[in-house]
Design a protein around this ligand. Structure first.
Ligand code: C5P
Length: 400
């Protein structure tokens, strides 16, 4: 029984899907888990404390203070939990979580917790599709939380679309999957080195040569490797992406040369290295000390080749499983295969700019994974889903 003895903090928000949580709590308890339920103030209108406390065999809290005047210690509740589940997670609670608006017991507990957090959003069609919801879900993902996406179907409003909370069985199975040590320990004891983002090559004190890479793919890979129990060293160029995951050691650099130095400070420790950074191939030969003035009609900047970090990793490979990326616009498969061999890689992830939704800046990507002997195509997916496919593939290669 995977859930036997596991402590689950179930936070219920004020959404119509809250009625499904009774079944989920009953299921958790039947499987041997200890459940502590918390309600947001709005959830009290949707569920009965009596039902939930009977099912969970514990008092249910919704306020900082109980009626008898005792303080409901959110820090204790948060530290007690092995996992926290927020379900149904409303747009309101999601927004408060990711922005730290701490005006109720659920958010105070969330902000105090150190354990993995699962979020099962539920809201109406347009609320789910609103850019702010999308952005908040992305932020939650960046914080390393597990999102159990809403399903498509008929919604309480009568509209049909995505927004229904995942079924209790789906939520339970995601949490069971997490506790199943074959997944959460899959990369236990392994160190994964990841490069991410663009590099900026200075022209003068205010200008640089850069590219559109957002760093999203590399950060998603880092989160996913960490979820599988790996120690992660993430070396990223300038990127707005953030992580609060304590298992990810992050080094922020600017130029290709700085990235090179950081990579080779850590490369010997790595069991797996994934180069997802879009490293500038060339950098200005000289960096002007002062801002270059616009005097002439044309300006020539001499560029010199940057070190190829991945190629050097290939040359210095000892035990590392080495994965690179290739962004190609023509003869994709041939070029990617040639790069795989030239850089002495174990696999290469090809994304083509010709595929809509693939490549830089987008939240989605469409990849093909090549090894010296195999070609595997994957459909268009979110970058966090793509990260799962990439790590599933790497795990299947190194654990075979
Ligand atoms: O040769 P190309 O730049 O197309 O190869 C792309 C792959 O090589 C990516 O994995 C990228 O992170 C890596 N790379 C690197 N250092 C460079 C150029 C590319 O690590 N200077």
């Amino acid at each position: 029984m995977i859930l036997e003895g596991k402590k689950i903090l179930v936070c219920i928000c004020g959404g119509i899907a809250a009625y499904k949580i009774n079944h989920l709590i009953r299921d958790f308890v039947k499987k041997g888990a200890e459940v502590q339920a918390l309600l947001t103030p709005a959830a009290e209108d949707f569920v009965s404390k009596l039902t939930i406390s009977t099912l969970s065999k514990k008092p249910v809290y919704s306020q900082f203070y109980s009626e008898n005047g005792t303080w409901n210690n959110h820090v204790e509740l948060a530290l007690w939990a092995d996992v926290m589940l927020v379900a149904p997670c409303t747009a309101n609670t999601l927004a408060k979580m990711v922005h730290g608006i701490c005006d109720n017991l659920v958010i105070a507990s969330y902000l105090s917790t150190k354990c993995p957090v699962f979020i099962a959003p539920a809201m109406d069609l347009d609320m789910y599709q609103h850019p702010s919801t999308k952005q908040n879900l992305e932020l939650a993902e960046d914080y390393g939380h597990f999102i159990i996406p809403a399903e498509t179907g008929e919604l309480a409003s009568g509209l049909i679309g995505q927004g229904r909370m995942a079924e209790p069985e789906t939520i339970a199975s995601e949490i069971e999957k997490f506790f199943n040590s074959s997944f959460s320990h899959q990369l236990h004891g392994k160190t994964v080195l990841i490069t991410a983002g663009p590099t900026y090559e200075a022209i003068d004190p205010v200008r640089f040569i850069g590219n559109h890479s957002s760093g999203k793919m590399g950060f998603s890979l880092a989160e996913e490797a960490s979820k599988r129990g790996a120690k992660v060293i993430l070396i990223t160029g300038p990127s707005a992406q953030i992580t609060s995951n304590k298992n990810i050691e992050i080094h922020r650099v600017t130029s290709a040369k700085e990235m090179f130095d950081q990579v080779f400070k850590h490369y010997d420790q790595a069991d797996i290295a994934i180069a997802s950074a879009a490293v500038a191939d060339y950098a200005p030969k000289e960096v002007a000390r002062e801002k270059i003035k616009k005097n002439d009609d044309s300006l020539t900047i001499e560029l010199v080749k940057n070190p190829d970090i991945l190629k050097t990793m290939g040359e210095r490979k000892t035990k590392q499983f080495l994965a690179g990326f290739a962004l190609e616009t023509e003869n994709e498969l041939e070029n990617a295969k040639a790069k795989l061999i030239r850089k002495n890689l174990d696999m290469i992830v090809l994304n083509s700019l010709k595929d809509e939704g693939a490549g830089f800046k987008t939240a989605t990507n469409k990849i093909t994974i090549l090894t010296p002997s195999e070609i595997n195509e994957f459909p268009l997916k979110n970058k966090s889903e793509v990260a799962k496919d990439i790590l599933d593939f790497i795990a299947s290669q190194i654990l075979k």
